[in-house]
Structures are given as C-alpha cells and as structure tokens.
Design a protein around this ligand. Structure first.
Ligand code: WT7
Length: 663
C-alpha cells in the first residue's frame, strides 16, 4: 500500500508540532506517572490492575488462558455481575449521586441518581423474567437515546441475558437480520422518540422486522416515551406488551444479580464486515468490564466529582463502553442527550455543556467538522469549560483538531484521539492524557499493555519512522478483545487472524490480530491511522460494508449488478458512491436512481445514503471474478488509476472514469 493511494491524508503525513498537556490538567490526572507503562509490560499480570477496579464475587485464578488461540479467556475462574458493578456497589457511597442527567430533545429532563438506577434496573430485570427471559437468552434491543436503553441493558446483565442493541437509526430489514443471526426471541423497543422536532414512530420498524421473521420473535416489549402512546403505535395482541403495564406489577421488586463467569457473554454488537452479512462481535463479562473500567479511569480520566459527556449513541460500541459500562463501573455522573445537535438551534450542544457544567467531552471528528462548518459563533454565547476532550471513530485532520482545541477546548483542555473498534471492546491506541504530548492528526502511542505493529503484505514489521504505511495489527491479546463472532468461529478466524497468524500453532505469540486498517508509525512512536484496507467504509464514524450496500442495491428490479466505493467527503469522512449495471434493455433514469437511494435508506438507514449513483456498462472484475472496488474508489475521488492488469477487461475503469467525469 503506497502513500499515493491516500492523498487525502497527505496533509496529515507532514509532521505536526506537539502541544503540551496543561500543567493544571497533569496536576489532577488519575495517571501522571509514566511507570504505568512498565507495570503493564509485565504481561499479562499488568492487566490485573484493571480487574482490581471491579468487584468480583470470586477472584480469578488464571489471568489469561491462551491455551486455545485465538479464543482467549481473561480472568478465568473469576465470577462477577456487570450490573452489580455498575449500580449496586455504588449505593452506599454514591446513592444520591447522579448516574445520568438526561435531556430530551424537546427540553424535558430527568436526573437519575444511582439509587434510582438501582430501582429501575431491578424492576426491569423482574419484567424481563416475567415474560420468560432466562440466563443466556439473547435479548435484542432497538432503542434510541433514552434512559430506558442503559436501564434495559443493565437489567439484561443483571439476569445474565446477553443483550444485542441494534442502533435506533437502523431500519426494519437491518434489525431483522440481526435478530435472526442472534436467534433472538425477545425484542425491546419504544413507541417513539424525538428527532429535529418530530415525534417519530419508532415501533413500526420493530413490527416490520418481526413480521419478516414470521414468528421467530415471540415477545416485543414496548417502552413509552410519553405518558400517552404514540398515536400511530399498533400493539399486536399476544406478542406486544407495554413495559409500563408490566412494571405496575413489579414496583419495588429486587432481583439478585446472577454471578456470571468472567467468560460468560455480556453482549453482542453487530458490525459491518467485508461480506454482506453483519457480524456479531461477542463480548465477555470479566475481561471486557475490567478493560472499560480501567480505560475510563486512566484514559478518560474520570473522577467522582466530574461531569462527563460522551456525545455518541449507545447503539454503537462507543456508547456501550464509554457511556454505559466503563463510566458506570467507576461511579461517573454522565450527561445523555436524546436528539439532534442543531435542534432547535446550532448552539444546543454548548448550551447543554454549560447547563450541566461538563468537564470531559467525547465525540467524533464528524461532529467536530460539523461544528466547525457551522462556525464558532454558535459556541460563543455559552460558558463551558472542558478540561479533557477526546475524539473517536475516524482520523481527525490537523486543521480540524486545531479548531477543536481552540474553540471547544479554549486552548486549555487536553485532547486525546482514541483508536479502537467494536471488536477491541475499548480503546487500544491513544495517549494517556497527562503523559504524552498531543500531536494533531496522530492517534498517539499504544495504551498500557497493548502491543500494536505495522506489517507489510508479507507480515514483516515495518519500522517506526520509515514513513511507510502498512497493516495495523495487535500482537498480543488484551482483556477487552471480542471472544468470537456469534455463532461463527470460522469467520472469526478468517476475518481477523488467518492472514498474519500461524493458525496451526497453539502458542498465542504466533497469533496476530489484523485490524483491517492501514496506519503509519512516526519515529516518536505515534500512530496515524489512515483508514480501512478492506471493502469497508467509514461514514460519519459509522462502519459500513460495501457488500452490505450492494446486496440491498441489487434487490432493485432494474439493477443487475452493483459495486460500492467510498468517496472522501469533507464532513462525513467518507460516503458511498454506487456503480450499477442495469438489466438488459433498461435505460438509466432518474427514477431508478431514486429507487437505488431509497432502497439503501429503507433497508439500512438514512446515514448510509449514497452520494452518487452511476449507471455503467460493466464493473471492473478481476479474472478470478472479484470486483476491484479500489479502482472505483480512485475514480470517485479523481485519483490516478492504479494497476489494472489483473482485470478481465483492463479498459473498464478508464471507460467508467470518462463517463463519470464527463457527465
Ligand atoms: C473503525 C472501527 C471504536 C468506536 C467507533 C468505531 C475507524 C476508529 C479511529 C481513530 C482513525 C478510527 C477504524 C476502525 N477508527 N477510531 N481514532 N482514527 N480511525 O467503531 O464501527 O467498530 O469502527 O473505525 O477504521 O477500524 P467501529
């Protein structure tokens, strides 16, 4: 992979100056002694420091069981409950402390103290049991940013039922897919929620998904956003139950948290891969909880007195790890917001930051680019003062970083960029905020105990400072690592391990985790992550597989074949471009174009909307019949075409390019 292939990041590849963390920040930081890196270099013993942050019913006897790679098991023999750790154990000291202060989009607010959270979680656990949910049953959630989402997750964790939350923005077919893959018989949804002033009918997506599955889902639990049910909500007799009605029978109930093995599953989180079928990243209890608690304390630097706001959606891994499990495990007071950042005005985020006196702010580069485009005048009226800010999900361009530093951080906040994935459970590459200097556009060094490397095609390590990009890999297991892909151990091995591991070996040192990203490491050890190397794109921080989109697009009757490539986009990072071949005798038309766009919007979600739809005569196939999406990406981004000699017809890309750039 040559650097010329990523000209977007050319700017980032020039060296940037360092910024020192402010002394006031260092003085109060949870970690300010660089010895932490040495402690964690004792491997795997160092990671016990994270496990010590969690309460165990029984202490572990094995730190890392690596006897069956790549199925690693952390803190084996240990027993614990995640809901107990996030709720019960704080009651004595922090019963009155705010766990969440939630703001609805219309301006309604709710403060939920740890004591309240305890009652709600217990009652909902009782409700789940009352409809038949048992330990190890997968409960699918399709909930937006309402307090009922973390409450339901913790209620599941309390009774040992793994939850599988599907991002609220996903539509019915995407939900049905995930319900089916997880063999989930229970679905929890809500009648509606607010977005840009509109009270959306959310449950209809659940209805369509469940109908599609024809009886596999037997119980749909329905939360209510307001006192009155959404006027369009249709309750199906014998299948749909209002949580509010069941709660009436379970007020004040207490359900003992079940003691789970460290390796028992806590949740599934579906994510996109290189095939059309989404994959269920399966996370365990002990290793995951320890890892997110540890990183919340050391990296997000949360103190009991802080107000923390992770401005992300719980429907993705960021929210699971850094709104729910990590922060609650260490007794954090968090802000949660339901709606759009520009409703009713573009200062909404800063108004909330001022109102709740937020100290720590976490968001994505896409959000920062959006704030930057709106302009700093929207921040000026508000008096807020962050000491610590982070970004996640995409590379951040140095100029965007500087805007964030200046206008959001007022040049006094420390900023860390955090690289990780659904699969890694928690952040694995980032600077610890008080220990390393900031460098715009760089994600920083490895977290304690993590050993990344950059490999070339042959699996040889590329040296730091060489200026060459390569495949980002992780060379030893860490406690937050996924356990497997739900129900598909083989795909787990082929997606992440096969390429750079000796799969015959039972020594973990021969197993190397391939992240799917390209990266470069500067001489100072800082990594710069450039993007995916596979057919996966990153749209506004959301991972989307090309094949997932293509399989939806070819469902349009007039379309015979389709390929999707990523186009660089100034705000969203990347957006999909569609190249479609029509059926014999069908002429391209505006209405087919609209059909394609609407298929994506309805089958996947609005966030996946294609930027351009091009009707072409042929797609660039290799002689072995693989679509070379990379070439289409070069056309979309107006870059020079790389090698086309392996194509069945090497002239196809040039013909497409002429068509695209003429029209
Ligand atoms: C992919 C993972 C981890 C929570 C959000 C996304 C990209 C993530 C960064 C970063 C550059 C990043 C990678 C990665 N990514 N963080 N700091 N700099 N790229 O989770 O949906 O599992 O996506 O997001 O490409 O592989 P996800």
């Amino acid at each position: 992979m040559s650097q010329e292939e990523s000209p977007t990041f050319e700017a980032r590849l020039s060296e940037q100056e360092y910024y020192r963390p402010p002394p006031a920040f260092i003085g109060q930081a949870n970690v300010s002694d660089p010895d932490i890196y040495n402690r964690f270099d004792e491997y795997p013993e160092g990671f016990e420091e994270y496990a010590e942050l969690v309460d165990w019913d029984e202490r572990w006897d094995t730190i890392l069981d690596a006897s069956d790679p790549p199925f690693f098991s952390w803190f084996g023999g240990g027993k614990l409950n995640a809901s107990y750790n996030c709720v019960d154990r704080h009651l004595e000291e922090y019963g009155d402390k705010t766990a969440f202060v939630w703001e609805g989009e219309p301006g309604d607010t709710r403060r939920i103290a740890y004591q309240d959270l305890y009652h709600r979680v217990n009652e909902v656990a009782a409700v789940l049991q009352s409809v038949g949910v048992e330990e190890d049953d997968v409960v699918t959630l399709h909930l937006p940013m309402v307090p009922e989402l973390p409450i339901t997750m913790l209620a599941c964790a309390r009774i040992g039922a793994p939850h599988s939350e599907v991002f609220g923005g996903f539509t019915a077919p995407a939900l049905a897919n995930r319900l089916e893959d997880a063999n989930s018989r229970y679905l929890v949804t809500i009648d509606g929620y607010y977005r840009r002033g509109e009270f959306l009918d959310h449950k209809r997506k659940a209805d369509a998904a469940v109908e599609e599955l024809e009886g596999d889902v037997d119980t749909v639990l329905v939360w209510t956003r307001e006192d009155e049910l959404h006027p369009d909500t249709n309750m199906v007799d014998g299948r749909d139950v209002l949580v509010a009605d069941l709660l009436d029978d379970h007020r004040g109930d207490h359900i003992d948290p079940v003691s789970r093995n460290a390796s028992d599953t806590l949740f599934l989180m579906y994510t996109s891969g290189t095939t059309g079928k989404p994959k269920g990243a399966q996370h365990g209890t002990g290793g995951y909880l320890s890892y997110v608690a540890g990183t919340s304390k050391y990296l997000f630097d949360i103190h009991p007195t802080d107000t923390y706001w992770c401005f992300a959606d719980i429907g993705w891994i960021t929210g699971h790890s850094y709104i729910v499990y990590g922060p609650l495990a260490i007794g954090t007071s968090s802000v949660m917001y339901e709606g759009a950042p520009d409703h009713p005005h573009k200062g909404r985020v800063w108004e909330i930051a001022e109102r709740y006196d937020v100290d720590i702010f976490h968001t994505s580069p896409t959000a920062v680019r959006m704030f930057m485009r709106w302009g700093e005048e929207y921040l000026e009226p508000y008096d807020f003062n962050f000491k610590h800010m982070t970004t996640v999900g995409e590379p951040i361009q140095p100029e965007v970083w500087r805007w964030y530093y200046t206008y959001v951080g007022h040049e006094t906040a420390v900023i860390v960029d955090t690289w990780w994935q659904t699969e890694t459970g928690g952040v694995v590459i980032s600077n610890l905020p008080a220990l390393d200097d900031m460098k715009p556009g760089s994600v920083g060094r490895a977290m304690p105990g993590i050993k990344p490397a950059i490999f070339d095609e042959e699996g040889n390590e590329i040296e730091a400072g060489s200026g060459n990009a390569g495949y980002l890999v992780l060379t030893r297991p860490w406690p937050g690592i996924l356990q497997t892909l739900y129900g598909d151990d083989e795909r787990y091995i082929s997606e992440y391990w096969e390429e750079f591991s000796d799969t015959e070996s039972d020594d973990w040192r021969d197993w190397v985790y391939k992240a799917g990203d390209s990266a470069v490491q500067a001489a100072d050890g800082y990594y710069r992550v450039m993007g995916r190397v596979d057919d996966v794109m990153n749209v506004a921080g959301h991972r989307l597989g090309s094949m997932e989109l293509e399989s939806v697009i070819v469902e349009v009757p007039e379309v015979s074949e389709a390929a999707v490539a990523a186009r660089d986009h100034p705000q969203k990072g990347e957006v999909p471009d569609v190249y479609a071949v029509l059926m014999e005798g069908i002429e391209p038309s505006e209405s087919i174009r609209e059909e394609v766009v609407s298929a994506v919007e309805t089958e996947i979600g609005k966030f996946a909307r294609p930027e351009n739809v091009e009707f072409v005569n042929a797609l660039p196939y290799t002689r072995s019949g693989k679509i070379m999406r990379r070439l289409l990406g070069e056309i979309s981004n107006d870059r020079s075409l790389s090698d086309t000699t392996t194509l069945e017809d090497p002239d196809v890309p040039e013909r497409i390019r002429e068509q695209v750039h003429v029209s």
